[in-house]
Structure formats: C-alpha cells, structure tokens
Ligand binder design. Structure first.
Ligand SMILES: Nc1ncnc2c1ncn2[C@@H]1O[C@H](COP(=O)(O)OP(=O)(O)O)[C@@H](O)[C@H]1O
Ligand SMILES: [Mg+2]
Length: 303
C-alpha cells in the first residue's frame, strides 16, 4: 500500500487509516477485492458491506454471501445479525454515531428508522439473507436446475464416509462378478491387471480410476466415437497404428548418447564397483540380445 501512514505513525493514525480503508472496501457502490492477513478485519469488512447494502435499501433476498467453510458462514451470519439486533435497541444518538462511522456521513432521521427495522426486515423476508458455503450454494443450484445440469432431480450429496462405503461395495461387486465369469471381457481385463499389479496395486488403480473418473469418462466416450480406445492410446503415446511390440521395442535401440556402449561396459567392469559391474552386465546382455523385445526387457532390468 503506497498511501499508508508510514512506520513512524502512531497507533491512532493506523487505526483511522484502517477504518478509512475498510469504509472504502465496504462501500456497496464499489466492486472490491480484499486480500489481507488473518485477523486484520476481512470478515469485519464483509459484514459491514452486507449491513451497508441493507441500509442502502437492498432486498435481503438479493444478497448472497459465499464462504468456503461452514464455520466462516455461521460467523458471518452471526456477526450480521448481532449487529442488526444491536441496532434495533440502540439509543438514537448511539445508532446515528455507528452509522456515521461506517458510512462516513451522518444519517438523517429516515435512515436511522430504516436501520432500526433492518433486523426484523432481514428475518421476515422470504428467502432471507443468504450466507452460505460455496458447496451449499452449488448444491442448491443443482437442485433448482436438475434438467439443465443433467443430474437426477432428487439427488443428495454424499459425505466422505458414505462415499467410501459405497465405493467399497462397488469394488466387492466387481470382484465377485469377475470371479463368477459372468463377463468374460471384464474378467480377462481383470486378469491382465492382476498380472501387472498385485492386490494392493489393484486397490490403488481402482482408487485412481474413481478419482479421475470425470476425466476418464469423456476420454472413453471420445474414443468410442472415433477409432476406438486402442487407436486413441496409440496416438497419445506416439505409436504407429500397426506397430507391434517388436517395432516399438526396437525404437529404443541404440540408446541415445550411448553409441560407444562396448567401451562403457568395459570401463564399468574394470574401474567401477560392484553396482557398476552389475549394471554393465545388464547392458551387455542388452547388446547381445537376439531380438528387440528381449533387449527391451534387459534394458528394463538395467535402469
Ligand atoms: N475497524 C474495526 N473496528 C473494530 N474492530 C475491528 C475493526 N476491524 C476488525 N475488527 C475486529 O478485529 C477482529 C478480527 O477481524 P476479522 O474480521 O475477524 O478478521 P479476518 O476476517 O481478516 O481474520 C474482529 O474481532 C473484528 O471485530
Ligand atoms: Mg475472517
């Protein structure tokens, strides 16, 4: 901030500077972005902004405050209603002084009367003042526009515990369905996965699939519409449509930057320790491999 009171200013100077900045930030006629340290008065400014909006005649149902946590939403709500409740019973002069403090001008009799009724007004208005978490707000939007959002009309939102239970159930169903061979394709796919990964690997894979489902589903649909999953995967990894394991494995040889491999293997065996020698053995068996696929697996064990 360039126009702050400076390091030599008194606490009173800082306080009145802060109050001035807060008055600017809570002016409902301005569009404002506030970023400040914890405890510096952000919630205070927001509360003040809501109160000033109401004072300026905004309908309570036209105000929407979104927070990230439930705790923050109830704190906001408590502060707004505490302030309004206080105003309902404050002596005339004290109320006038409070309004003057936040608005920067002395209120007339009409404004004071309005301020006194705000509490009742905010409570009575149908729809009321909306101070809620962004999650709750999104949920209410989805409930209101289920067709547009393409969701079931009477959905409810899962909490983490219920979601974990449902997922465990689904996983069990998947395992028993494949065991009973009701679905040969699924069962075969399952066997392949189990060969590559063990049980814990399978758990991890399922977990990753579930958490990435919003990306995976459109990918699968896209693949189905185009040339199918295999073609999409080949394209993504840069493999030619007709390339087999042999062709793909052959592409890694000779290793870039290791064209003098025989010499390097010699150096590693003569001058390196046991780890270097072991590495050299793997490389040597890659050199001697009779075909690309076995060379590739020799390289895999080396690196
Ligand atoms: N101008 C002010 N006058 C009096 N108290 C203030 C003022 N600004 C902030 N406060 C008080 O300072 C404390 C911290 O403010 P708060 O709005 O909760 O900060 P933040 O949301 O940035 O963490 C609260 O008790 C609040 O009432
Ligand atoms: Mg806060």
């Amino acid at each position: 901030m360039t126009d702050d009171p400076g390091t030599n200013a008194s606490p009173e100077d800082w306080l009145s500077w802060t109050t001035g900045r807060q008055r600017l930030a809570s002016d409902p006629a301005r569009t404002v972005w506030v970023s400040a340290n914890a405890g510096s008065g952000k919630t205070h400014v927001l509360t003040q902004r809501v109160v000033r909006l109401l004072l300026a005649g905004a309908r309570p149902s036209a105000i929407l405050c979104l927070t990230y946590t439930k705790a923050a939403a109830s704190e906001m709500s408590n502060r707004v209603f505490a302030r309004l409740a206080e105003w309902a019973v404050l002596p005339e002069a004290a109320l006038a002084a409070e309004i003057a403090e936040i608005e920067g001008v002395r209120p007339d009799a009409l404004k004071i009367a309005v301020a006194r009724r705000l509490f009742a007004h905010a409570l009575e208005t149908p729809g009321g003042l909306k101070i809620q978490t962004i999650h709750a707000f999104c949920e209410s939007l989805l409930h209101r526009f289920p067709l547009e959002a393409n969701v079931a009309g009477h959905f409810s939102v899962l909490d983490d515990v219920a979601a974990a239970t449902l997922l465990a159930d689904a996983r069990r169903q998947l395992l028993t369905a494949t065991a009973s061979r009701e679905d040969p394709a699924l069962s075969e796919a399952f066997q392949t996965v189990l060969e590559i990964a063990d049980d814990s690997g399978l758990e991890k894979l399922l977990g990753e699939i579930v958490s990435a489902r919003h990306a995976i589903r459109p990918f699968l649909e896209e693949a189905r519409r185009n040339d199918g999953l295999e073609a999409q995967l080949r394209a993504a990894y840069g493999f030619a449509p007709d390339a087999g394991a042999e062709t793909i494995a052959a592409e890694v040889w000779p290793l870039a930057g290791l064209e003098d491999l025989a010499q390097l293997v010699g150096i590693a065996r003569d001058d390196g320790g046991s780890r270097a020698a072991g590495f050299a053995d793997h490389l040597q068996s890659a050199v001697e491999a009779s075909d690309a696929v076995s060379r590739f697996s020799a390289l895999e064990s080396a690196f």
